[in-house]
Design a protein around this ligand. Structure first.
Ligand code: NAP
Length: 261
């Protein structure tokens, strides 16, 4: 099934889209005909938007924003509606990963991880959902993680934040049905800079080398490889599309079989 053109005339907003998974999701929406808003805390979002626009010929608006700020969320939603007249799809992708042993976790790691990964999702849903409810159409896809379905070593704040994203997804889905759907995806390990940084951070604590760490994580993948950005982006577009019209409150694994519940 091709989704190309399915999103023509619709507006999608992707957070954390300067690089990595967010950039890939943004590109997939553009290729499917959507107008796009990319926001990120990183200045690189401007260059990413220019590249995506010239690669796909689509309309892209770039906005600098910190998802942990409710004021930034409100500003981004207002700017989206001002530029494109509506907001049909929100993808809460921005996220960070800090690595530490549970008992050594600094306050700052806990606070910032919850602020970005969990409060950020809350901020953008709270700001965007009234528009979707008033339009009587819309979808939200939150990027959770397999780490939200089970605890993980050296990543307590991250796992807790992603479990919270799954919970927020379910609560919002109940309240905004039947016109608006809210789902999340739970990737396993995606080949991005975030994951590259994690090898180094884990290595610094455990003393294992990067290749050992990689091999250990790979061994948990029944389908035999890490996920690519495109593997996850396709599932995000499916959940946003009418093809998933009877799916809401779902936490869909894209983890190569690593997690099955
Ligand atoms: P990434 O390569 O680090 O990209 C994340 C982007 O979000 C970066 O541009 C980052 O900017 C931006 N960002 C960070 N904090 C932000 C904030 N407060 N407000 C707005 N933007 C912010 O990460 P990724 O691997 O693509 O991850 C994307 C999402 O997938 C995250 O939610 C992550 O938890 C989730 N995920 C990733 C994996 C994986 O293996 N990579 C697996 C499961 C789930 P800076 O570069 O300036 O920080």
């Amino acid at each position: 099934m091709s989704l190309e053109g399915d999103f023509a005339g619709q507006t999608a907003l992707v957070t954390g889209a300067a690089r990595g998974l967010g950039r890939g999701i943004a590109r997939a929406f553009l290729e499917a005909g959507a107008n796009l808003v990319v926001c990120d805390i990183n200045d690189a979002v401007e260059a990413t938007a220019a590249e995506l626009g010239s690669e796909t010929g689509g309309e892209v608006l770039a906005l600098r924003a910190d998802v942990s700020s409710a004021a930034d969320a409100a500003r981004v939603i207002d700017a989206t509606k001002e530029r494109f007249g509506s907001l049909d799809h929100l993808v809460n992708n921005a996220g960070i990963a800090r690595v530490a042993r549970f008992v050594d976790t600094p306050d700052e790691d806990w606070d910032r991880t919850i602020a970005v990964n969990l409060t950020g999702v809350f901020n953008f849903m709270r700001a965007a959902l009234p528009t979707m409810i008033a339009q009587r159409r819309g979808s939200v896809v939150n990027i959770a993680s397999q780490a939200g379905k089970r605890g993980g070593e050296l990543a307590a704040p991250y796992c807790a934040s992603k479990a919270g994203v799954i919970s927020l997804t379910q609560s919002a889905a109940l309240e905004v049905a039947p016109d608006v759907r809210v789902n999340c995806v739970c990737p396993g390990f995606i080949n991005t800079e975030l994951q590259e940084d994690e090898y180094d951070a884990v290595s610094a604590i455990t003393g294992e080398d990067r290749e050992q760490i990689k091999a250990g994580w790979m061994a948990a993948m029944p389908l035999g490889r890490f996920q690519e950005v495109e593997d996850v982006a396709k599932v995000v577009l499916f959940l946003a599309s009418d093809a998933a019209g009877q799916t809401t409150g779902e936490a869909l694994n894209v983890s190569g079989g690593m997690v099955m519940d």
